[in-house]
Design a binder for this molecule. Structure first.
Ligand SMILES: *Cc1c(COP(=O)(O)O)cnc(C)c1O
Length: 469
């Protein structure tokens, strides 16, 4: 079964599971020790809202105790109770090379020893900006500390450049917790069923026009009505925060064209897809081939190499509107931090074209294994992908093209699947509305653990579907 399409060399047999004996013994008894995680979660809830520092880390959508991790190595995470997991979260995207890559760790240790922050320009931030400019469509780039800050700043810049206020976004796209962009957002907002959020005044979202994804007619209609007032269209280059919903062929190109026809800017949010979907980001899969570029692009996740680091960039003439070159203000005490940018540039330099070729092969193999198990157990599903990224849409039979479609998923089937996988040492994003992240460190040992866990988890999902009223 494992040789199909890949050759037996790649799948050389590895009879032993690469996991701690302690943890394996417990899995065989169907019981995974979680006392220390449970204790920590109790402590955490006393001093932090919900016990977590980002909502999606809680297991609210899937039940159970969030696992407190103590270390990561390659494709594996180890929690405080000594359980080991094959990790398909990858810190929600950044860990392209896997955890604790020796060369990244060495570069970071060397950087830390020289001092952690100077508040002056430094060489690593120039090197990182050069690496981003070399790979992508952007000519000039400003470093920030989170993806949220990147999209927030890109929108401010678009408004500053155009002198217009309205912003077009798509339902199910998540651009960080930027006030005007939380309208009908994906990620934790949809996982937790929060319709927008309290705390964002109505006048702040009043200039946000939310349209259905993949619907060019809706975009045209919005521009026909408000064209002269729209500063920008912002979209995920390939939405990965409502599950993975790829853009229909030509969709991003149409957005770029319509924006340009109306004097608005096209902002492609590549915080998740950048240096992940492909070497140049998702743009490599459409814009670069088709000969168009977004006006502004946001990056984050992979480019930080596991540190808080993000960026926005674009055409030089637009970026020159930013202070100190121009009038639009934007700043950051820790922006371009020398340790974070060292981690980022080291990660990107290790992310060679060959690495992306291998990553895509691994991603395809994971999809194939998951698909076979779900078909075997009779679980209706669609696996959707953009480059190396993919997610499973649960309980649906047709490809999902927008947020409404993604919300038709059977989240109970996913929750059952998730819990079974977790008990068997596979750590998935704890939501049906998230993308699975494969790393370059997912080797045959990791995929063996995955494939051994899949049949029981698929049966659990099937039972959850059968139990429906
Ligand atoms: C993760 C993400 C963000 C927000 O980045 P943070 O670093 O979490 O603030 C923005 N846009 C997209 C597409 C993302 O996936």
């Amino acid at each position: 079964m494992w040789t199909r399409g890949y050759g037996s060399l790649w799948w050389s047999s590895r009879p032993l599971r690469a996991c701690g004996i302690h943890a394996c013994a417990n899995w065989h008894n169907g019981e995974v020790p979680t006392e220390r995680s449970a204790d920590l979660f109790q402590r955490a809830r006393r001093v932090s809202p919900g016990g977590v520092n980002s909502p999606v880390r809680a297991f609210k959508a899937v039940g159970g105790t969030p696992r407190f991790m103590t270390s990561g190595e390659g494709a594996w995470l180890t929690d405080v109770d000594g359980n080991r997991y094959v990790d398909f979260v990858g810190s929600w995207g950044p860990m392209l090379l896997g955890h604790a890559h020796p060369q990244v760790i060495a570069a970071v240790q060397e950087a830390v020893a020289r001092g952690t922050s100077f508040g002056t320009p430094a060489e690593p931030e120039v090197a990182l900006a050069e690496e981003i400019v070399e790979r992508t469509s952007v000519e000039s780039v400003r470093l920030v500390t989170s993806g949220t800050e990147a999209t927030m700043s890109a929108i401010r810049l678009a408004r500053g450049v155009t002198g217009r206020d309205r912003v077009v976004k798509f339902a199910g796209c998540y651009h960080g917790h930027v006030d005007p962009l939380l309208a009908e957002a994906g990620s934790g907002v949809v996982t937790l069923g929060i319709p927008g959020t309290p705390g964002v005044p109505a006048h702040v979202t009043a200039d946000t026009i939310v349209l259905p994804y993949n619907d060019v007619d809706a975009v045209q209609a919005a521009f026909a009505e408000f064209g002269g007032q729209i500063a920008c269209i912002i979209t995920e280059a390939a939405p990965g925060n409502m599950g993975l919903v790829p853009p229909a062929p030509g969709f991003n190109a149409a957005l770029a064209r319509i924006a340009s026809e109306h004097g608005a800017l096209f902002i492609s949010d590549e915080v998740m897809t950048g240096f992940r979907a492909a070497r140049a980001g998702h743009w490599e899969l459409d814009g670069q081939r088709e000969g168009w570029a977004p006006d502004l692009v946001t990056f984050g996740k992979v480019m930080g190499g596991g540190f808080p680091s993000a960026a926005f960039g674009g055409r030089r003439d637009l970026m020159e509107y930013l202070a100190p070159a121009g009038p639009v203000y934007q700043a950051g005490t820790l922006a371009g931090n020398p340790v974070a940018t060292t981690a980022g540039v080291t990660t990107l330099r290790l992310a060679t074209p060959e690495l992306y070729t291998d990553l895509l092969a691994t991603s395809l193999r994971v999809r194939e294994l998951v698909g076979e198990a779900l078909v075997g157990a009779g679980v209706p599903h669609v696996i959707q992908a953009a480059g190396t990224m993919f997610s499973v849409m649960w309980g649906v039979t047709d490809p999902v093209t927008d947020f409404a479609g993604a919300q038709r998923q059977d989240t109970a089937a996913f929750a059952a699947f998730f819990s079974s996988m977790l008990d068997q040492g596979v750590y998935l994003p704890p939501s049906a509305f998230e993308t699975w992240f494969v790393s370059a460190a997912h080797d045959d040992a990791a995929l063996t653990t995955l494939s051994e866990a899949l049949p029981a988890a698929a049966r659990a999902a099937a039972r959850a579907l059968d139990d429906r009223p």
